[in-house]
Write a protein that binds this ligand. Sequence first.
Ligand code: PLP
Length: 428
Amino acid sequence: MKSPIWHPFTQMKTSPEPLKVLSGKGIWLELEDGRQIMDLISSWWVNIHGHSRPEIAKAIYDQAQTLEHVIFAGFTHDPAEQIAARLIPHLPESVNRVFFSDNGSTAVEVALKMAWQYWRNRDEAGRNKFIAFEGSYHGDTVGAMSAGSRSIFSRVFDELMFDVDYVSFPATFNGDDKVGKKEGESLAEIARLLDQNPERYAGVIIEPLVQGAGGMRMCRPEFLQKLSKLVRETGTLLIYDEVMTGFGRTGDWFASVKSRTRPDLMCLSKGLTGGFMPLSVTACSNEIYEAFLSDDPVKTLYHGHSYTANPLGCAAALASLSLLENNPGVFQDMQAHHQTFAAVLAGNHVVNRVRVCGTIIAMDIATGEEEGYLNRVSEYIKKQGLEKKMLLRPLGDTLYLMPPYCITIEELQTAYDGILEILAGLKA
Ligand SMILES: *Cc1c(COP(=O)(O)O)cnc(C)c1O
């Protein structure tokens, strides 16, 4: 019998049967047919320490025998208190309050609702619009989707979404000589919006340093510095969606830390538990937090989820954080290897716009077709990858690697060689 399961982001009519995974160890996945493949995209960017990492598995097991879950309104527990206390010192100084939810989209929903209500609690209800970036992705629930760029994913829901003002994202790459100009244009667009309507905007939301689902588009830390200065001067809120960039992905603890910028709100999820449990955090400034303190019940943040601050998730997050603290080199060192490979790719005629940020390397494949998510080269590369024991999932014509940090130099080299072979096949 065919499975009754409906898979995410999948056209069930035409897509091949899903591959059954029996187990995972480190970067390797074992399939039912006996094949071993390298998980080079960290299972949709969540897995940072490799699969079945014993330290995290044990932490979850121990926690499950003590307290698996408890209501989080009116109650608290040690795993949540500890992860909050240990996470905050790693975050930019501007954020020091944490609110838990259970995935990246809800972390964004919470940030948007906090920003929105913050202004209402301060009697500035005129601030009723957000600024977002072209090419951005903030999740799939309706609010998070509204904040993201309109795309093939969201088009059918257009009338359901709230309006956002979009500005251009100064995507850059190795050897880009127009980056300064693009940054200037983007900042000018934002300045124009903020100047025309200084009391209109509730916040500016951005995926700092790397736009993930939009095609691994990267911007410079300098841009974030100028952006944060501009946003600060005009008095609106800066929201960092670090759901993907958090926990070492960009080569530093967070994109905000790497760029030395200070958002008012920050969303974290994917790497938070090392890829073991669904959990997320929306961190905010004390100023935002205090705007909700009141004797008037209407000023309460009426938001929560059944599994808010799930103790198993918090235990996994604590174990994951310890692994990162004990060896930050795992995420700091990968960029140099990626840059060496980027230099190899520089002369390759089927590759455009090679770019690297921390543990991520991305490139656009030159095809005769239209660029973007529906480009068919992705299916070809996925198939070729599997034949070479590599789990790759290009975003349309954007091919990227985002491996778990435990990948060895030899395994990384195998992945680079595999990519070169796939690219050579494209030339023919
Ligand atoms: C994946 C992602 C989200 C959504 O997270 P989910 O856990 O898939 O809901 C939001 N923002 C960014 C930047 C992401 O990469």
